[in-house]
Design a protein around this ligand. Structure first.
Ligand code: DX5
Ligand code: ZN
Length: 218
């Protein structure tokens, strides 16, 4: 299988030095920057908003992969794209009209992603394959970094890989949560083409980032 896209989650970075952290992971080989937006309502944690995305944009030399864990999500799409999000991913549970939301993201000029919670069925996307550029499978319940990978989600990654192949479309299949060197291999074998990792990238500080990212690539 080809080399997976590695998207370090800034949730595990030092928030007091975010610009430096962005430059450090990029120098260490990050392909994308994964940015976790949480509202304390859709998920039980609060992180950052569009102003932080805008502040980091001048430091970003790779695509900004923005994962929105907020509800309602529609009122904030424009702010995140204007701030510099290249990919905007939403949970189907965060609004009443997934089709409309994905079309809106593309209309704003970003790539559109759908995120699957551990309990969300692949069927959610069955009638949406033409509207989606990325599918993100959560291998944890969203809200916090540092959780343990749920092996139950591997079968869902395989099912979504089959759906993507059947569609004939070039859709990124990304996995997020508890991704380590060991679980990364399982995800890629199941058909994933992009891996999000927070703890596994940022552990050990800046001197360790390059080796950490290389280990995820396998
Ligand atoms: C959790 C976030 C993840 C998280 C992953 O809701 O979506 O991106 O940062 O962290 P690790 O890699 O530590 O599981
Ligand atoms: Zn995420």
């Amino acid at each position: 299988s080809p080399r997976p896209i590695i998207a370090p989650s800034l949730l595990a970075a030092d928030f007091a030095r975010l610009g430096e952290e962005v430059r450090a992971v990029q120098a260490a080989g990050a392909d994308w920057l994964h940015i976790d937006v949480m509202d304390g309502h859709f998920v039980p944690n609060i992180t950052l908003g569009p102003d932080i995305v805008r502040a980091l944009k001048p430091h970003a030399t790779v695509p900004m992969d923005v994962h929105l864990m907020i509800a309602p999500v529609d009122p904030y799409l424009e702010a995140f794209v204007e701030a510099g999000a290249d990919i905007v991913s939403v949970h189907p549970e965060s609004g009443p009209h997934l089709n409309r939301t994905l079309k809106r993201i593309r209309q704003l000029g970003a790539r559109a992603g759908v995120v699957f919670n551990p309990s969300t069925s692949p069927s959610v996307i069955e009638w949406m394959m033409d509207e989606v550029d990325l599918i993100l499978v959560m291998s944890i319940n969203p809200g916090f970094g540092g959780q343990t990978f749920m092996h139950s989600q591997l079968a869902k990654i395989e099912a979504l890989r089959r759906m993507i192949d059947a569609s004939g479309r070039d859709i990124v299949l990304e996995v997020d949560g508890g991704v380590t060197a060991d679980t990364a291999r399982l995800c890629v074998d199941a058909g994933a083409t992009a891996l999000v990792a927070g703890t596994a990238v940022f552990r050990g500080g800046p001197d360790a980032y390059a080796a950490n990212i290389a280990a995820l690539r396998g």
